[in-house]
Design a protein. Structure first.
Length: 259
């Protein structure tokens, strides 16, 4: 009986053998093997059949149908050349093993789709390379893990739309820009400066912290200088050390620095 494989639109063709007298030439053995040649007009068919159902049929339009009801073996002592000028459909209803003991070269001139309903494992004992001429998208519904013994090199910009967590350190030869918050349990070290609240195309001089809002430093070791738009806090202190009050009685009004 012809069966339709799951997901593919083809079925086993029906026999074109008619056997109209006197155009049918049939030879059948005692056990039931059959060799038939049909010369009936528009049904010219050749059929070689085993008594258990295995057969080869050459149909009226030149189609060849091979069906094996047992196991099948094809052994080629030398080379094999196959050209399929139309569509090739292969359905394997059980397991499949493909082993290439030499090199393998697969070239696809169009698109390629691979769908795996279970797990997928790929192991390469040598080097591996993946290159995309356009965009490359990698997605997962779970967690993505990359293990690299000698490190990971990213030769381009990296954009993180979520949280970036480092169990050890983050080192940058250029800039680290955080759209919201940059936090560290053990401190932030930089050979340059730090901009807070805005970005700048010009590099910040070493040791300088520039903030549009607040810089909080409860504990300071060594020398520290805090500046605002008018200059350093030392300059502001000097301005307010020399000031006047709006009334002769002193502190009844806010002090006005001497300009």
């Amino acid at each position: 009986m012809a069966t339709k494989p799951d997901g593919l639109d083809w079925t086993e063709p029906s026999s074109t053998f008619v056997g109209e007298y006197p155009y049918a030439h049939v030879t059948e053995t005692q056990s039931g093997h059959l060799f038939a040649m049909d010369d009936t007009k528009d049904s010219e068919t050749i059929r070689l059949a085993h008594r258990l159902g295995t057969f080869t049929e050459f149909q009226k339009d030149g189609t060849r149908v091979d069906k094996i009801v047992g196991d099948g073996y094809q052994i080629i002592a030398k080379n094999n050349h196959v050209i399929i000028k139309g569509v090739c459909n292969i359905v394997i209803e059980g397991d499949s093993v493909l082993r290439v003991q030499g090199d393998a070269d697969v070239r696809i001139d169009g698109d390629a789709i691979t769908q795996v309903k279970g797990n997928l494992s790929t192991t390469v004992k040598g080097a591996a390379s993946i290159f995309a001429g356009g965009d490359l998208d990698l997605g997962t519904s779970g967690t993505a893990t990359i293990n690299a013994k000698d490190g990971i090199n990213l030769n381009g910009d990296v954009t993180v739309n979520g949280l970036l967590t480092a169990a050890s350190s983050i080192h940058s030869g250029d800039n680290i820009i955080a759209g919201k918050q940059l936090f560290s349990y053990f401190g932030i070290q930089t050979l340059g400066g730090i901009n807070s609240g805005f970005t700048s195309e010009s590099p910040v001089p070493p040791g300088i912290i520039t903030s549009t809002v607040t810089v909080t430093a409860p504990i300071i070791f060594g020398f520290a200088e805090v500046k605002d738009s008018r200059g350093s806090m030392e300059l502001i202190r000097q301005l307010y050390n020399g000031h006047i009050h709006g009334t002769p009685h002193g502190v009844s009004t806010t002090p006005t620095p001497i300009q």
